[in-house]
Design a protein around this ligand. Sequence first.
Ligand code: FES
Length: 121
Amino acid sequence: MTEYRIGPADQIPEGGRLVVDCDGQEIGVFCLHGTLHAWHNLCPHRQGPVCQGRIYARVIEPVAADGTTRLLAYDEDAQQIVCPWHGYEFDLQTGRCQGRPTQRLRPAQLRVEAGIVYVRP
Ligand code: FES
């Protein structure tokens, strides 16, 4: 399997992304909490360009001691990406779909050597 040189790791800022074309296969590389993650830019729903979606912190609904919920909050440790076609949401660290746990993003192999990022689709 061919390995593709993406470029310097520091060109992807914290919370940022880089979507690259590897001979026809698009790969999204994301930097989350100082760690890089690589996913194929194909949504498992209908093959939409999921890596180009909006990124945001996971929305949570804290439950009070009396069992009530009155507000929403954000879990900044769990970054989500929303597929721009139909809105499926995926955890960028695990690839798991929030609403459909059986659906996941497809990972690409990634390595960093001497500060340079390489991926294998
Ligand atoms: S193609 Fe991504 S949600 Fe439908």
